[in-house]
Design a protein around this ligand. Structure first.
Ligand SMILES: NC(=O)c1ccc[n+]([C@@H]2O[C@H](COP(=O)([O-])OP(=O)(O)OC[C@H]3O[C@@H](n4cnc5c(N)ncnc54)[C@H](OP(=O)(O)O)[C@@H]3O)[C@@H](O)[C@H]2O)c1
Length: 296
């Protein structure tokens, strides 16, 4: 599989797509399913696994998805030194409520727990979502403290605007190493963030690249232009979407989620799909969707 080295993000080459591990913490999912699908991906050359402490079947099980990643890697016989693990902290859950805590104390404690859940220091810890109750600059500095404490090899931010990106780089002394923002046929904002990532040669991890768990299977009917190109090329609309996202910059790494080998393979096949300039222009000009899958 095609890989790219973005030295400001990782010392290891990043595969053209990563995998979002989130679905394996939905209630009812088993570790055996995660092992089967994720080993398939790792064996196919995917090198980036995306998780978060908050991906868990319930509030009481915070860290569940990180433990899934640990188990999957423990049971894998391949070269683990090539795998990039990205996790995220800063969303808190109490019962059915989801909130945010961007305080330095919390982010340090959460990062320490992530290291314990994973069983190793992750390549990247990202600040998951801005805590709107406190200044962002303070939260950015807190992430620098997470890095300084040795809980992550590198740090980054998720769900930030370009103005927030600038603040994050300023407040951390320029060590922001990855961004994880939504980007898909449905949601095409934050091109200015992609441009900053390209300028700084850091990864832009595109989350919900197929429009999210509920709508992904119907991507072709929601976005007919993608269907049209897919029919012409005799591939799936989802393959076209993943290949199209990658045309926006070499730093854009889609991180689809999947729970089946067939959808994993289809997504992996997208890394070999090359769209021509007419197709790219046609898709870029096609209408986007109704906004974010998970609005801020
Ligand atoms: N930073 C953030 O705030 C944030 C927010 C949301 C998500 N994320 C990350 O982004 C990852 C992906 O997002 P997501 O799961 O919400 O949405 P998504 O990747 O857009 O969609 C996931 C769905 O796509 C289906 N799928 C995958 N590949 C396919 C293919 N080639 N053909 C047809 N269907 C396909 C999967 O089906 P099957 O299950 O049937 O295989 C799954 O239901 C998450 O796992 C998480 O790591 C981050």
């Amino acid at each position: 599989m095609h890989t790219t080295l973005l030295p400001n993000t990782s010392a290891k080459p990043i595969s053209a797509i990563g995998v979002g591990v989130m679905p394996f913490s939905r209630p009812g999912r088993t570790i055996d399913e995660a092992v089967s699908v994720l080993h398939y991906c790792l064996n196919a050359g995917i090198t980036l696994l995306n998780t978060a402490d908050v991906y868990a079947p319930s509030a009481a099980e915070m860290g569940h998805n990180e433990i899934v990643v640990r188990e999957v890697l423990n049971q894998w016989n391949g070269d683990k030194s090539k795998i990039i693990v990205v996790t995220k902290n800063g969303i808190v859950r109490t019962g059915l409520d989801w909130n945010r805590d961007g305080s330095k104390d919390y982010l340090l404690r959460a990062a320490e727990k992530s290291v314990a859940n994973l069983g190793f220091v992750p390549d990247l810890i990202l600040h998951h979502r801005i805590d709107r109750s406190r200044p962002f600059a303070e939260q950015a500095k807190a992430m620098a403290a997470v890095h300084q404490a040795g809980f992550a090899q590198r740090i980054g931010f998720s769900n930030v605007t370009s103005a927030e990106y600038d603040i994050a780089q300023e407040e951390t002394g320029g060590i922001v190493s990855a961004i994880e923002n939504e980007r898909s046929p449905r949601f095409r904002d934050h091109t200015d963030v992609v441009e900053r990532c390209e300028r700084d040669q850091i990864a832009f991890l595109a989350w919900s690249p197929l429009g999210g768990e509920k709508d992904a299977k119907d991507l072709g009917s929601f976005f007919p232009a993608f269907n049209e190109v897919a029919k012409h090329l005799d591939v799936s609309a989802q393959m076209v979407a993943l290949a199209w996202l990658r045309t926006h910059s070499r730093v854009v790494i889609p991180i689809p989620g999947f729970t089946r080998i067939s959808t994993a393979q289809d997504s992996i096949d997208s890394t070999e799909l090359v769209l021509n300039s007419d197709q790219i222009e046609f898709l870029n000009a096609s209408p986007a969707g109704d906004g974010s899958v998970y609005p801020d």
